[in-house]
Design a protein around this ligand. Structure first.
Ligand code: S3P
Length: 167
């Protein structure tokens, strides 16, 4: 069983993924962490020194390597993972992979990400909540096309981590 969580930055993929893995007694993997370990540096540093295209290339390659492993796990992806190259196909068309979209309302994402944006290279330049909200609205509009193809969609709304994990 391979469960892969997808969704926008700040949607709780890592926090929910860790708890879900614990409940199912499976190992938890985080794609950003795997990339950072492989590259020996942070995601922000990869964006600034090598650029986004380089990041997307290794993100897609490492995703495929992880999905090819002969083991069960829960994997949290990055917010952009399903939206580049053929990632959405490998996340939705494999018998042993269940992709789950954690759907979180725009206003909740904006509130959360305003305090966490500095670690995210795509958001760190957005100085005010209004600018951040505007950016996320447009970005989500582009990305939901991919997120909505997930094998399962969970409306996170104001549910607790435990409630989402149960669902
Ligand atoms: C990104 C999301 C980040 C990370 C990178 C790009 C994105 O992961 O992969 O900064 O394009 O949405 P999180 O969703 O864990 O923040």
């Amino acid at each position: 069983m391979k469960i892969v969580l997808i969704g926008y930055m700040g949607s709780g993929k890592s926090a929910i993924g860790k708890k879900l893995a614990e409940v199912l007694n499976l190992p938890f993997k985080d794609l950003d962490t795997e990339i950072e370990n492989r590259e020996g540096t942070t995601v922000s540093e990869i964006f600034s020194s090598r650029g986004e295209i380089y990041f997307r290339k290794i993100e897609n390659a490492i995703l495929k390597e992880i999905l090819a492993l002969d083991e069960s796990f829960v994997l949290a992806t990055g917010g952009g993972t399903p939206c580049y190259a053929d990632s959405i196909t490998v996340l939705t068309n494999r018998d042993n992979v269940t992709s789950v979209y954690l759907k979180v309302p725009l206003e909740v994402l904006t509130e959360r990400l305003f305090f966490e944006k500095d670690s995210r290279p795509l958001l760190s330049h957005l100085e005010t909540k209004e600018l951040l909200n505007d950016f996320i609205r447009k970005h989500l509009f582009e990305r939901v096309y991919y997120y909505n193809q997930a094998n399962k969609i969970v409306e996170v709304e104001d549910k607790s981590i435990d409630e989402v994990v149960k669902e």
